[in-house]
Each structure stands twice: as structure tokens, then as C-alpha cells.
Design a binder for this molecule. Structure first.
Ligand SMILES: [Mn+2]
Length: 440
């Protein structure tokens, strides 16, 4: 559960941004299956304002003219049969105190109550398109109200719908101290799991077996689940950015790329490490690895308030192109290679992304991270990479199939940054050390 005082301050903040005579509707996720065999994942926006982990719920907050604001939760009433077959429910009485709302009303009568609650308001804030069941409910209630206004003058139907996502996403972009602590723990657990992967890795092991070691370490340290599907790509699979099949046997002499994240109390972490299956980098692997590590370290040294992500990205592209030119893998003048995006064949994804309740967290609505000015309490990943597909004829064959990505998670502080994932090593000598002592 999220402490009540934090829920209160988040609700107060969103209410302060709303126009008087309005209501905001924030829906939980529906159940994602019919036979109850899959885990339920809560909608992160709903979680942010309620800390409540049940499906089919609605938080409605009403901002009235010259009156107190009203907070009402609709949730499922307790049900003996359902609780035997599926799971416990909080119920209505408990919800009032635990989630700190003025009333908790039964989900079964949401249409009828919403009709009364929205009557007389001018505006509703609703994120349309997220859930079919929510859109259907809201639009049906609004239409019923509109039809009623044609017959009775006592009824007034809201005529404006505003999307609350730009407001909520901006709030979520700046993490409060509670969130920062959860993210730190998530990063710490994740680092332990990556360290375990380095210690366990051996030629002949299957990629999914290394994934199993990581998941075990997540669980035993208090993370209940993943923040995304684990990527364990060895050999040429290191060059498949979202490789999640994890089906190959890892070969002596190959690299393995491990991109894995745990969820700790709903907060994600996202680490990537690349290391040799047999514990020792060869020359070509070192060549590529050092360019990527240098890119990450340079990016880190630039992470501070008021810098534009684009400036960091430009530096990283410079380092990558320069490094590839020195190795003879790219030919030409650096400015031309930048202008023609020649590096795209080797580094084709964004340098990073926001991190929080979701692994690719929300930011300023409708904008990517790429041109954003960093501010304190933003949290992001930095993940440079170089991938050399085996089909590149002009590149010496020793480099074919080498893919390297290194990724850490950072909090922007008042003066610079804090790396929350440095519990797992990334220098070549440190990786080889860990793998030599414990593996051989
Ligand atoms: Mn990432």
C-alpha cells in the first residue's frame, strides 16, 4: 500500500490543476482473462492515486464551486463464492479507511451513481481509449444525462471531456521521495540478479536457464515479478534488440547480452550487461565493448539538471562513430557519417527512456525523451549499444554477430545524478574477475 499522506498529496495536486465544476474519472484495469489463471496487473495511473490492486474499480474526484472536493471509490463488494474461487476482496467498508475516500460504493451500481454524480457538472476529465469497459460506461452515462436534460430542466449534462493524461503524466515524470526509494530498491535487487547471472554463466547452458537464475534472485530479494520479459541473447542473438525467446545453448567464445528488470512494489528497474559466456573477452569483443562503455560513462558525466538529452545523444553518437572509424568498421568523415545517419546500422535505438511505475515510463504527453531538458527527480535509463549483424560483408568476420548494450538507471539530482544500478560491475576487468573467481 502507498502511505495515505502520499495518496492525499497526489490527489490534492491533480485537483488543484482541474477546473471548478468538474470531475476526474480514473479507472482500474479490467480482469485480463476469463479463467482466472493469469496474474492481474493494475493500471499504473489508478495505482498512483489509490494504491488499490483490484480490477473493476473507479476513483472519481469531484471539484465543486465553493464546496469541499469529494472523493469516491467504486469497487467490488465482498462475495463469498468469488473469494473462495478467485481471490480476497477489500470490500466497501474497508476501502473507505484504507484508501481514504469519502465513500466507497458498489461497482454493480456504478452507472446509476455516476449518473447522479456527474449531473450538474460542466467538465469531466477522462482518459478515453484506455479501457473499452470504461469508455462504454462513461459515454452511456453522459448520453443518458443528455437525453434527460431534454425532458427535465433539473438536469445538466457535462459538455466537455478533457484528457487527464497530460496532467497525470507530468506528475508521474517527477518522482516523489517515496518513489525514489522504491526505484533504488528495484535497482539494487536487479543488480544482484545480474551479478548472479555473471557468476552462474557457463558454456553449454541454455539462455532460458540463465533467465531462471535471474528470476530466482529477483524473487528471493523481494521482487514478485518482472518489469518486462527478460532478454538473454547469446552469440548472434545479442544483435536482436528485443530477443525474448531465450532458446539457444550458449557457446564458448560468444558474448551474452542480458537485459532484465524486476518490479519492486510496482516500480521498475532496467539493467543490461553484456559479458563473455566463458568469462574472458576476446580482442574484438573488447574493442566494441569499450566504445559502448565509454559512451555510457560519458553520458553519465553529463547527466545533470538543465541539460538537453539531445546534447548527450550527440556526444554518444560521436563516440560511437569515432570508435568504429578507428577500428576500420566505418569509413568516411565523422560529420558526414553523422549527417547521413551512417551509425544507424550499428546503433538504431534511443539512448534511454523514462523509468518509474512502468519500464518505459510516461513523460511529457506526446513527446519522446529525445529533446527533453532534464530536471531534478526525473528518473531515466541510459543504454548505448553497438550491434554488428553477421550480414555485413565489408566488416571483418571476427566482428560478425557481436552485439553489446550496457544500461544503467539514473536519478537526476539537484547537482548531477545518482546511479541506482551500480551494484553490478561493468568494467571488463571486474567482469572477468567475478567470472574467474566464481565460475572456474
Ligand atoms: Mn531499457
Amino acid at each position: 500500500m502507498i502511505p495515505i499522506n502520499i495518496l492525499k498529496s497526489r490527489r490534492k495536486k491533480i485537483l488543484s490543476k482541474m477546473i471548478s465544476g468538474s470531475a476526474i474519472l480514473i479507472f482500474a484495469n479490467p480482469k485480463n482473462n476469463k479463467n482466472n489463471s493469469y496474474q492481474f496487473y493494475q493500471n499504473k495511473n489508478f495505482w498512483y492515486f489509490t494504491g488499490f490492486n483490484e480490477p473493476y474499480s473507479l476513483l472519481i474526484m469531484i471539484k465543486q464551486d465553493n464546496k469541499d472536493n469529494l472523493k469516491i471509490l467504486f469497487n467490488r463488494a465482498r462475495n463469498v463464492d468469488e473469494e473462495i474461487w478467485v481471490s480476497r476482496r477489500l470490500g466497501l467498508n474497508e476501502a473507505v479507511t484504507k484508501i481514504d475516500v469519502d465513500y466507497a460504493l458498489p461497482w454493480d451500481s456504478v452507472h446509476e451513481h455516476l449518473f447522479k454524480l456527474l449531473n450538474g457538472l460542466k467538465i469531466i476529465y477522462h482518459a478515453w481509449g484506455e479501457h473499452k469497459y470504461a469508455d462504454k460506461l462513461v459515454f452511456n452515462v453522459l448520453e443518458d444525462l443528455r437525453l434527460r436534460t431534454l425532458k427535465h430542466q433539473d438536469y445538466i449534462s457535462p459538455s466537455t471531456i478533457i484528457d487527464w493524461r497530460p496532467l497525470v503524466y507530468e506528475m508521474r515524470l517527477f518522482k516523489d521521495p517515496e518513489e525514489i526509494n522504491l526505484l533504488r530498491t528495484s535497482g539494487k535487487i536487479n543488480a544482484l540478479a545480474h551479478t548472479r547471472a555473471m557468476k552462474c554463466c557457463r558454456p553449454g547452458m541454455f539462455e532460458y536457464q540463465l533467465a531462471g537464475e535471474i528470476h530466482h534472485e529477483f524473487n528471493r530479494n523481494g521482487s514478485r515479478r518482472l518489469s518486462y520479459d527478460t532478454i538473454i541473447g547469446s552469440g548472434e542473438n545479442t544483435c536482436i534488440l528485443h530477443y525474448t525467446k531465450n532458446e539457444n545453448q550458449m557457446q564458448d567464445g560468444d558474448l551474452v547480452l542480458v537485459d532484465a528488470g524486476c518490479d519492486f512494489n510496482e516500480y521498475a528497474s532496467d539493467i543490461t550487461r553484456t559479458f563473455p559466456v566463458n568469462g574472458k573477452f576476446n580482442k574484438q569483443q573488447k574493442d566494441i565493448y569499450n566504445i559502448v562503455l565509454n559512451s555510457l560513462n560519458t553520458a553519465r558525466s553529463m547527466l545533470k539538471p538543465n541539460i538537453n538529452m539531445q546534447d548527450i545523444n550527440n556526444h554518444v553518437i560521436h563516440i560511437i562513430i569515432n570508435g568504429l572509424i578507428k577500428l576500420g568498421l566505418l569509413k568516411g568523415k565523422i560529420d558526414e557519417l553523422i549527417a547521413t545517419h551512417a551509425y544507424h546500422k550499428f546503433f538504431m535505438h534511443n539512448l534511454g527512456h523514462w523509468l518509474g511505475l512502468e519500464v518505459h515510463d510516461v513523460g511529457f504527453y506526446g513527446k519522446t525523451i529525445n529533446n527533453q531538458i532534464l530536471k531534478p527527480n526525473m528518473v531515466l535509463t541510459i543504454e548505448p549499444g553497438i550491434y554488428i549483424l553477421p550480414n555485413k560483408k565489408h566488416i571483418p568476420v571476427e566482428y560478425h554477430g557481436i552485439g553489446v548494450r550496457i544500461e544503467d538507471n539514473f536519478i537526476i539530482t539537484e547537482t548531477g545524478n545518482e546511479c541506482i544500478t551500480d551494484g553490478v560491475v561493468k568494467e571488463i576487468k571486474d567482469i572477468e574477475n567475478i567470472m574467474r573467481i566464481l565460475n572456474k
